[in-house]
Ligand binder design. Sequence first.
Ligand SMILES: Nc1ncnc2c1ncn2[C@@H]1O[C@H](COP(=O)(O)OP(=O)(O)O)[C@@H](O)[C@H]1O
Ligand SMILES: [Mg+2]
Length: 328
Amino acid sequence: MTDPVLSVQGLSVETRDGVRLVDDLSFDLAPGEILGLVGESGSGKTVACRALMRLLPEPALRIADGRVALMGQDLVTLSEARMRGIRGRQLGMIFQNPTAHLDPVMRIGDQIAEAVRLHEGASRTDARARAVEALRQVGIPDPEARAGSYAHEFSGGMRQRAMIAIALACNPKVLIADEPTTALDVTVQAQILRLLMDLRDRQGVSIILITHDLGVVAQTCDSIAVLYAGRLCERGPKRGVLGAPAHRYTAGLIRCQPTSAGGEGMLDTIEGQPPAVSAMPKGCRFHPRCGAVIAVCNTHQPEQTARGPGHIAACHNPVADAAMTVSV
Ligand SMILES: Nc1ncnc2c1ncn2[C@@H]1O[C@H](COP(=O)(O)OP(=O)(O)O)[C@@H](O)[C@H]1O
Ligand SMILES: [Mg+2]
């Protein structure tokens, strides 16, 4: 097995009041792997990824525990000055709303060139050439001309492509994409997901793709990590997790997914609401919404147990192997 490019061990994020928004998160990311981080809104996906980037809004939130090793180097203990060098250069990030992260009064090409100059000290001419090349790589037509455009002259999909070009201009090892297609229509969403997969194939970049949409994961990812109320329920290869989910929450999410076959009309939803962070239930955090509770679920957090190669789940009463036959 190759060494992971990113290894997260026991990462916990707390509020000032000691509420754990992310609790004991662990996963590895292999070179060229696309990991889907899924969970309902409020499950801690964004907080977890901001913690990885060391971009938490301190002092409101802080890393309380854990290790984030990027190619063996622990980011949690790194100085802010060294961390700034790593962001952009080794860790790229793209967001749901590219407009908020693009400079409205700077030409797109200049924004990419500036990132290249900042991180690599490239000459002005080199940086401009790299910017045009980056726009070409993300599929922007006529990149020489488009480098001179401003963000408002781009469509939503083109802006997201431009964000990806900025994030990739310095060849980062890991790209963190936080709901990058949520604001886009379905056709453009599919194009952007296709682009991320192409970039992985061509540049070998590893990607953490945050989404609340299991369909996106099924289309795009190699592996999945499922968060519920800040804790990891289940993680493993896509086929294992979607084909034979062990955790009741994962199984519920899959049942709620519109199938491509369609025609079913109403979908199941998982009854109830995720817990408020200030009132986390004792025991398994999912137990108040779970249809398969046994006594221990009320009192003890489930340990993670192996379900298959690389596949683990934290559930006291997991779905039996033969009980789910969802095709993906
Ligand atoms: N700055 C903050 N201070 C306090 N709580 C926060 C802050 N940011 C996010 N949270 C809380 O952390 C939880 C996880 O949020 P988030 O990571 O944004 O969820 P997701 O990205 O999965 O939708 C939510 O309950 C949210 O209210
Ligand atoms: Mg989020």
